[in-house]
Design a protein around this ligand. Sequence first.
Ligand code: 5GP
Length: 132
Amino acid sequence: MDSIFTKIVKGEIPSYKVAENETCYAFLDINPLAKGHTLVIPKKQVDYLFDLDEESYVELQLFARKVAKAVGKAIPSIRVAEAVIGLDVPHAHIHLIPINSESDVDFRKERVKLTPEEFVQIAESIRKEFSL
Ligand code: 5GP
């Protein structure tokens, strides 16, 4: 069965796309911890990040680094944090979150509410900074 993220990659469910290459896809988290909270996924559906074959894992991390640099340029913050949780969606993904303190990566904290227009504007600003 296709995961919700596979449906996003196939365009069956909409997403605020940030970047993509042949094997990876990045889009804004719909329930963000901070403005610019981005998810980076392999297009291939594998449940658990650490079950990816070595080549796919390295490819994903190299892609995530490029996306993180773009997020960092587009969204003012001290660092862009990388986090792996994976309890919710059974499709490997890396969270990239602009942070100014440790508490900004507390997944229990209240999420930021954004309008569709804000999501569009944030995704566009990150896309502009992204280069393959
Ligand atoms: P995790 O599996 O790492 O615990 O969390 C999954 C993340 O995916 C959550 O932060 C959640 O907000 C995000 N998410 C779940 N469903 C969707 C969706 O349909 N679209 C987008 N853009 N994000 C989603």
